[in-house]
Design a protein around this ligand. Structure first.
Ligand code: KG4
Ligand code: ZN
Length: 358
């Protein structure tokens, strides 16, 4: 089955073609056009600007990879939510129009479920380049494919959640942030430091030369036994630390120490709460997904914590950790196994608050 995926929930316009066979998913093409440069001057994503850029970008992207009559495509999966309403609507309306005119099944997919399914993705030779067919498939993918039940740490710009995935499409939320998301903590504190948007990669880069023990930033809710998170205290704590230091803007060592200590505080609390959930739930696999899972310190710390507990660790290839449409097609592929998930192309509506983890 070949699925066309469309993603436009935030500031990336993305399309992908994905071939699914059983549990094996091959990305035939995945194009992502980022608007980061455009939003950087506003210090964050402006929804109406995002929507306009999606409209500009989506048809050239489609034209470059997708036959104009939809030949060879078995279904269309589009991000229905959560996300920015005007941005989501662009992708949803395009997907509806294509499904209606091509007479193909349509699936509305949760962006967060897409992040989870990024862990199932493999590149085809077209995108992956030099791998041979024999190298590509069974051995490496079996090592990486998650085993149920999977404990998922979902960390993005708007979400921080611990979700138990019991099977395809079966989720239970175990904990979530009570205020800011982990990505938001990176983005907001990066802004205070005068770093570029998005803040996560900028903090990671600056942290390289810093001392992670220089400042003891708060670990929200760590002493509470539940699996919820809180990151809003970090902003205030960073702000007070900056206020106490004269001329910090021109002090590279101080700035690097702030970035390293901040990253440490976020990673530490994410890893410790996740491992608390591991002890309670005893999952077969552990996985970290969403934009913040691109953070190397987080990836490494979770991988070694999982190894200590002899727990299978699965995570998406780095390029599929960030927003893309291959992950949306992947979630759509598993949903397409049951026809009840097909939606009437004239009825699908973008839902900025879509929540499928209950
Ligand atoms: O999943 P994503 O691309 O978009 C949403 O669905 O929100 O996540 C974006 C978030 C941003 O907050 C960004 O700062 C963060 O992921 N991020 C990172 C890194 N790369 C992206 N955070 C920490 N370290 C990174 N390397
Ligand atoms: Zn995302």
């Amino acid at each position: 089955m070949r699925i066309l995926g469309i993603e436009s929930s935030c500031d990336e316009t993305a399309i992908a073609l994905l071939k699914g066979e059983g549990e094996r998913l091959l990305v035939e093409s995945s194009l992502v056009l980022s608007q980061v440069q455009i939003h950087a001057e506003f210090g964050g994503v402006v929804p109406e600007v995002a929507a306009r850029q999606h409209l500009k970008a989506i048809f050239p992207l489609l034209r470059s990879k997708v036959p104009v009559n939809g030949a060879g495509i078995d279904a269309i999966a589009v991000t229905q939510g959560p996300g920015l309403a005007p941005a989501l609507r662009t992708g949803v309306e395009v997907a509806k129009t294509l499904a209606w005119s091509w007479k193909k099944p349509l699936l509305g997919v949760s962006h967060m479920e897409g992040h989870i399914y990024a862990s199932w993705l493999q590149d085809s030779m077209e995108d992956g380049g030099r791998r041979t067919e024999s190298e590509d498939t069974s051995s490496t993918s079996d090592l990486r494919t998650p085993h149920f039940p999977v404990l998922c740490l979902v960390v993005s710009g708007g979400h921080t959640e611990l979700v138990l995935m019991k099977g395809h499409g079966e989720y239970e939320r175990l904990g979530e942030t009570l205020d800011d998301a982990a990505g938001e903590a990176f983005d907001k504190t990066a802004k205070m430091l005068g770093l570029s948007y998005p803040g996560g990669p900028a903090i990671q880069e600056l942290a390289k030369g810093g001392d992670a023990k220089a400042f003891d930033f708060p670990r929200g809710l760590l002493n509470r036994p539940d699996l919820n998170f809180s990151f809003s205290g970090l902003k205030t704590s960073v702000l007070y630390t900056l206020r106490k230091q004269e001329n910090w803007l021109n002090d590279p060592v101080f700035r690097a120490n702030i970035a390293a200590s901040l990253q440490e505080a976020i990673v530490d609390v994410l890893v410790r709460k996740t491992m608390r959930a591991v002890k309670q739930i005893k999952p077969a696999s552990l996985m970290v997904v969403g934009g913040v899972s691109a953070n190397l310190a987080l990836r490494e710390r979770l991988a070694s914590a999982a190894a200590e507990h002899h727990l299978h660790f699965a995570l998406p290839p780095l390029k599929y950790s960030l927003d893309n449409a291959a992950m949306i097609a992947a979630a759509g592929y598993f949903r397409a196994q049951s026809e009840v998930n097909f939606v009437d192309p004239l009825m699908l509506a973008a839902d900025p608050n879509l929540d499928i983890f209950v």
